[in-house]
Ligand binder design. Structure first.
Ligand code: ITT
Length: 200
């Protein structure tokens, strides 16, 4: 007998309120409901890749809530730093401001042509049983600016420059960011999979 899994309601396995608002905004006109996770949620991110960490978060949230869960692990990979901070993006320093300042300092002597970088987002759907039913990893290409600019978004957005927009990610509205970001692309693939019905 096949078991049909209800994948129209998912719990989002994050403590990051900005990620939650972006995903909720993108799902506004869909029939997929996403709910935040209540209380303490801080599983140890021991994975070596974004995908492994997204699974760790999704499985933990699915176990706690007994609902299918969506995990998002994301970060910034800078070519001149051989891909750092990468999976350590949130552990690179203690606050967004310190993370930005440290990164700008590390790139102090790096010319514009060598400042290419990408935001990466892995999304994984896990079930309370521990089964990983979906995963995708998507990128958004850009450059590290010389100075922070803009006050929208979060994290590294003020120093992530998008040449085609002539703006940093933090100078875009949430709607604009949600058309091109790593998270928007990953959620797009996730939705395609959810809607295609391959999940039942
Ligand atoms: P959860 O683990 O609870 O989801 P978190 O903020 O710790 O929350 P990550 O472990 O995935 O999330 O770390 C992501 C890091 O990359 C963190 O420092 C973010 O600020 C940064 N980041 C991720 N997406 C970003 C985005 O869209 N814009 C700017 N910075 C981003």
């Amino acid at each position: 007998m096949f078991m049909t899994i209800n994948l129209t309601k998912l719990v989002f396995a994050t403590k990051n309120k900005n990620k939650l608002s972006e995903v909720k905004n993108m799902l506004e006109n869909s029939n997929i409901e996403i709910v935040g996770i209540e209380g303490e949620f801080d599983p140890e991110e021991t994975g070596a890749t974004f995908e492994e960490n997204a699974f760790i978060k999704a499985f933990e949230a699915a176990k706690i809530t007994n609902l299918p869960a969506l995990g998002d692990d994301s970060g910034l990979m800078v070519d001149a730093l051989d891909g750092r901070p990468g999976v350590y993006s949130s552990r690179y320093e203690k606050t967004d401001e310190k993370r930005i300042n440290k990164l700008l300092q590390e790139l102090e002597h790096t010319k514009q042509a060598a400042r290419s970088a990408r935001f990466v987002c892995s999304m994984v759907i896990a079930l309370p049983s521990g089964e990983k039913v979906f995963s995708t990893t998507q990128n958004c290409e850009g450059e590290i600016a010389f100075l922070p600019s803009g006050s929208e978004g979060f994290g590294y957005d003020p120093i992530f420059y998008l040449p085609e927009k002539n703006a940093t990610m933090a100078e875009l509205t949430m709607e604009e960011k949600n058309k091109l970001s790593h998270r928007a692309k990953a959620l797009g693939k996730t939705l395609e999979w959810l809607i295609s019905g391959k999940n039942n």
